[in-house]
Ligand binder design. Structure first.
Ligand SMILES: Cc1cc2nc3c(=O)[nH]c(=O)nc-3n(C[C@H](O)[C@H](O)[C@H](O)COP(=O)(O)OP(=O)(O)OC[C@H]3O[C@@H](n4cnc5c(N)ncnc54)[C@H](O)[C@@H]3O)c2cc1C
Length: 380
């Protein structure tokens, strides 16, 4: 009798669930046993954090129970990875349980690390999780004058263009409230350009100038002085604010470091096309956990999960086309309160044009529906 291969997935977010569902779609339990291990209380569709913070969407439609998103035939365990012992192919969990794997997929996303920025806690607002989006909404509702400073911390970020989106939504929101002339908006980034995506940069520079949004590149925040309402950069420059919107620095999960597997910023270094961790042919990282030369996006997580599910099914069962991850991303980015544009890119193709339009706005506004009904379920 041939034993089924054990595929263990760490992380019950976008990448982990999509991968599990895709692999189950093309294999049966007798061939591959799939276990997903995660510690999330609920699955929040993070792109909606922007809409929630401006009161443009109720959060209820953006939230699901993680188990509800898993297709039949995938085992789900509510637990937390504490260590990977790759010599013995074992994962140690917080509960004390251990799991032996044939294939290990690490998809544990980012750790938000406010402690890396002195003065951050209790001072900066952001929209990178649901509770924080709701807090930000309250702060925006009571803002009627002053300077909103939108700052990007140094290092990788989930969907970094979301800060450009926020600046343009804020501009529209203040115009609608008739107080745009009373509130100034400043945008800063540590990068050389306004966005790490060149097409978004060119668009944003023009839009910021048109909307009277001041911007500064090369500004790497080092600390926040809440008394002076001031953010200080690594080279000693400072910027004042009355409301500071800045996501916390992002890092990989601690267990990756404790397993001796952490690369830059605590994420895992993987082959950019095959997604293997280091020299291992049985350990992979997908989604935001992977150090890849692409923006950290749900869209990238989806394409990586698609490739890897196909590859593992092919290795175990055969019969599927074993392609590579080519760096594909689809970035639908808000260009204001009623327009958006989509940039499709890959390692080879980096487009530099954007055409803001209403249909892309609708696409983004309704993307949680598409995500919950088909994308994360592995249908598309
Ligand atoms: C404001 C905002 C806007 C965005 N907009 C877009 C957009 O428009 N388009 C787009 O494509 N992407 C967007 N993204 C990015 C997208 O949400 C992320 O790239 C995507 O969620 C990454 O998926 P992931 O599975 O790698 O990580 P996550 O979805 O964060 O999942 C990681 C999972 O791992 C679990 N976990 C953590 N530690 C452990 C552990 N030790 N053991 C077990 N489980 C663990 C967590 O609980 C979580 O469930 C946006 C993100 C934000 C914050």
């Amino acid at each position: 009798m041939v034993l089924a291969k054990r595929v263990v997935i760490l992380g019950d977010g976008s990448a982990g669930i999509t991968f599990a569902n895709k692999l189950r779609k093309v294999t049966v339990p007798g061939e591959i046993e799939i276990t997903i291990i995660g510690n999330s209380q609920r699955h929040f569709y993070k792109a909606d954090g922007l809409f929630v913070s401006f009161g443009l969407k109720n959060y209820r439609g953006s939230l699901k129970n993680s188990k509800f998103l898993l297709n039949g035939g995938v085992d789900y365990l509510r637990d937390e990875a504490e260590k990977i012992n790759y010599e013995d192919r074992v994962v140690h969990l917080k509960s004390g349980k251990t799991f032996v794997y044939d294939y290990l997929i690490v998809a544990t996303g980012n750790r938000l690390a406010p402690e890396e920025m002195p003065g951050y806690e209790g001072e900066a607002k952001h929209f990178f999780d649901l509770n924080k989006s709701m807090e930000l909404k309250m702060a925006l509702d009571t803002t009627s004058s002053g300077n909103v400073l939108i700052a990007q911390p140094k290092g990788p970020l989930q969907y970094s263009p979301s800060l450009v989106e926020f600046a343009l939504l804020l501009n529209g929101h203040l115009e609608q409230r008739g107080i745009r002339d009373k509130v100034s908006i400043t945008y800063t980034t540590p990068e050389e350009n306004v966005s790490e995506v060149s097409a978004i940069s060119s668009f944003a520079e023009e839009a910021f100038e048109k909307c009277n949004i001041e911007y500064a590149t090369g500004f790497a925040p080092k600390s926040i002085n809440s008394k002076n309402k001031e953010i200080v950069s690594e080279n000693g420059d400072s910027k004042k604010y009355s409301l500071l919107v800045m996501p916390p620095p992002h890092r990989g999960q601690k267990f990756i470091e404790e397993s001796g597997m952490a690369g830059d910023f605590g994420y895992m270094d993987v082959d950019k096309r095959r997604l293997n961790y280091g020299k291992f042919d049985d350990i992979f990282a997908i989604g935001d956990t992977a150090n890849l030369p692409v923006v950290k996006t749900g869209s990238g997580a989806h394409y990586q999960a698609t490739y890897l599910a196909s590859r593992i099914a092919h290795e175990v069962v055969g019969g599927l086309y074993d392609f590579e991850y080519d760096g594909k991303l689809s970035l639908t980015t808000l260009a204001g309160i009623d327009k958006a544009f989509t940039v499709h890119s890959s390692y080879e193709k980096i487009p530099n044009t954007t055409i803001p339009n209403k249909s892309d706005f609708l696409l983004k506004y309704t993307s949680s529906d598409t995500y919950f009904s088909s994308l994360v379920r592995g249908v598309l």
